[in-house]
Ligand binder design. Structure first.
Ligand code: ARG
Ligand code: GLU
Length: 674
């Protein structure tokens, strides 16, 4: 209790320091930032952002599919998120006959909206600190059970902040009936694809439209044709008035993971070992998948979502390593630690203990990451897991297998297995005796991988039976890697620094920093809990003499148009609109032209998970959907540099333009109150 109070006294003490736009703040404590926000132009109150007594903006923000953010924009549960966040759902509903990825999808009424099995959204009911309850002996499980008993569809989580110094309870309502309402074609929603990913200037219409359904009492319910559109406590108003450099922006969403307080050892691990090797493995996987996709339209669709997931972090890590090196993050951390030691000699042992803890755990964490990036990438092992599942009936197993094979090509998987087993053999220090024996028996990793795919009968759905899967060569492989999986389990944490043996030393370290470094604005690292970040619309100096403007327009899309290249093949509807300047009410005069705004950048501190987040103006109105950062910013998970770090947002006016002029779904525009 005392400890918590002390921490918060310190937090409040540092509240008004001028540490600009860095930080991801807990909404329930936003009153500590509100003065700073107002000085930067914000017009609303802390209660408008988060309240347990009345409807507030937080009621319109959702955790989308467990890893993205979305926002409710109508009183009928209409939901906006990114195209890349809806991608799995859109892909799962797609086939060669109904290729919603390529062609887009637009429901013209509620009946045409498509239920997305497995897709869930969570809306925060409230959050509260439970540090004291845990200190007095209540377990997390007890706290969660009590919270979940409070209401229908309630799901609770206890999350620690500042490496376990503070604990928070988050209570959500979980909605299972979510339906696809609209998606632009890939050549808008994923325009420029991996080439443009993480890049500014950007022209991607990265949005998709869903709807939450509830039962007749407006409560979460399993899918049923009789469910009704959910009536939210609050939805976002949209502003189409436009934006300009310097305008206040606020982002409200679920950032997933930052590592603001790690020490130099962890920075070195990331920049020298972990990122470079993960990049290397993924380059190989992407080459294999890309070559197969280029040869077959079927494979292109089957591997679209997988490819996008692998490519995304692959490119992000490259920017991260460059950024860490450019900023000299490692040297800065060393200097900071040296200063801390000098000024707090009685606490220097904490840093010694941290160092020793890193030494104890680094090899294990590396092997955990290696396991994930190499062996886990061999997909066929999943059907063995399905066959052996104790939870599924035989019928359910067959259904799960069918779903698996829908997006699986055994020739691709064989090549992945060859490449990844070779890498695993080269880098692992946790290899099991069983896997070693298989390698030895078949003449090395490569020969074994080929033997495995020559001998398994599970390569296609026709060869799959639950019984066969249990005794197949693939089952033998799964058994051989099981001991490795067991061994790396101990290291299965969000980051190296979250391994309990390390985290136990971060607890006193961060506390000591708060007591010592009074000028620093401390925020709890992102952990997929709801946060507010604020800043402004701003261009930046990309390179010497090269300033990047904060807003792109349709002109840039047309300039990139190339029918020869899949990812730059602009839909004809957009070309037509451009040719006739038929922009309806979405046209603006900008940069001396009559055009349509497309994307913009701002200084909001964001990370993965913030995709799909509402970006709001100083009145809390929706001006865009966050979807990316620039390549030069991705080290902001470790060090945020406000002269350089920019998040990338799809302008809401482009979203509306596409819904209207490409989708022809004017009924949605009307529903959004425009
Ligand atoms: N870079 C963005 C994010 O981190 C967008 C990713 C989606 N696009 C892609 N090509 N994978 O999620
Ligand atoms: N695209 C990211 C996401 O899926 C957001 C970009 C970032 O990492 O900042 O959440």
């Amino acid at each position: 209790m005392k400890r918590t109070l002390l921490l918060f006294a310190l937090l409040f003490a540092t509240t008004f320091s001028a540490v600009a736009d860095k930080g991801m703040w807990l909404p329930s404590l936003i009153s500590s930032r509100i003065k700073d926000m107002k000085s930067k132009g914000f017009k609303l109150s802390a209660e408008d952002i988060y309240s347990v007594n009345q409807a507030s903006l937080k009621d319109a923000v959702v955790l989308f599919d467990g890893g993205c953010t979305g926002e409710i924009v109508s009183e009928k549960g209409l939901l906006l998120t990114n195209h890349h966040c809806g991608y799995d759902a859109i892909q799962a509903l797609s086939s060669v006959e109904h290729d919603y990825l390529t062609n887009g999808f637009w429901a013209m009424n509620h009946e045409e909206e498509l239920y997305c099995p497995g897709l869930k959204v969570h809306i925060l009911v409230r959050m509260e600190e439970v540090t004291d309850r845990i200190a007095t002996g209540e377990t997390k499980e007890e706290i969660i059970a009590k919270a979940e008993a409070e209401g229908i569809g309630y799901r609770a989580k206890v999350e620690s902040m500042y490496y376990g110094n503070i604990a928070y309870l988050f209570i959500y309502r979980e909605f299972n009936d979510v339906r696809l309402v609209g998606a632009p074609p890939t050549t808008i929603g994923k325009f420029g694809a991996d080439n443009d990913n993480w890049i500014w200037p950007r022209h991607t219409g990265d949005f998709s439209v869903f709807r939450i359904y509830a039962n007749e009492n407006n409560e979460p319910a399993e899918y049923s044709a009789s469910n009704k559109p959910y009536k939210p406590a609050r939805h976002f108003q949209i502003s189409t008035k436009g934006i300009k450099e310097g305008d206040f922006t606020m982002i409200y969403g679920f950032p997933g993971n930052t590592q603001e307080y790690i020490t130099s050892d962890a920075v070195e691990y990331i920049a020298k070992l972990s990122d470079p090797l993960k990049i290397h493995f993924r380059t190989e996987r992407l080459d294999i998948i890309g070559a197969a996709q280029a040869q077959s339209p079927k494979t292109r669709i089957q591997y679209a979502a997988k490819q996008a997931n692998i490519a995304n972090a692959w490119k992000k890590w490259q920017g991260e390593v460059k950024g860490i090196n450019r900023l000299g993050t490692y040297d800065k951390k060393v200097a900071y630690e040296t200063k801390f030691r000098a000024e707090n000699p009685e606490k220097a042992y904490i840093l010694d203990s941290l160092k020793a803890a890193y030494e104890r755990n680094m090899e294990g964490y590396f092997n955990y990451e290696l396991f994930n990036e190499t062996l886990r990438g061999i997909e066929l092992q999943q059907v063995v897991a399905i066959a052996k599942s104790e939870k599924l009936s035989d019928e359910q197993k067959q259904a799960a297998a069918e779903l698996f094979y829908k997006d699986f090509d055994v020739n691709v998987d064989r090549q992945l297995a060859v490449a990844m087993l070779k890498e695993y053999e080269k880098y692992s220090s946790f290899i099991s005796e069983e896997l070693k024996a298989l390698f030895a028996q078949h003449g090395g990793a490569e020969n074994y991988a080929n033997w495995l795919y020559d001998n398994t009968t599970l390569g296609t759905l026709e060869g799959f039976t639950v019984e066969a899967a249990k005794s197949d060569a693939m089952a033998e492989f799964v058994a051989a890697i099981a001991p490795i999986q067991k061994r790396v389990k101990k290291y299965t944490y969000r980051n190296l620094s979250n391994i309990p043996d390390i985290e136990q030393w971060f607890r006193p370290y961060v506390k000591a920093l708060m007591e010592w470094d009074k000028k620093r604005a401390f925020f709890p690292d992102a952990n997929l809990t709801l946060r507010v970040a604020y800043g402004k619309i701003a261009g930046y100096e990309y390179a010497d003499g090269e300033w990047h403007l904060p807003q792109t327009t349709l002109e840039g899309i047309i300039a990139k148009d190339n029918p020869e290249i899949y990812d730059y093949n602009v839909p004809q509807a957009l070309r037509d609109a451009y040719a006739t300047k038929d922009y309806g009410r979405w046209g603006v005069d900008m940069y001396g032209k009559y055009t349509v705004p497309v994307c913009f950048i701002a200084t909001n501190h964001t990370t993965g998970g913030n995709s799909g987040s509402p970006v709001l103006n100083n009145k809390g109105e929706l001006i865009g959907i966050n979807f990316d950062r620039t390549w030069l910013s991705t080290m902001s998970d470790i060090e945020f540099d406000e002269t350089l770090c920019r998040n990338i947002i799809c302008d809401i006016r482009y979203v509306l333009f596409v819904v209207d002029k490409v989708g022809g779904a004017g009924w949605l525009i009307e529903e959004m109150g425009l």
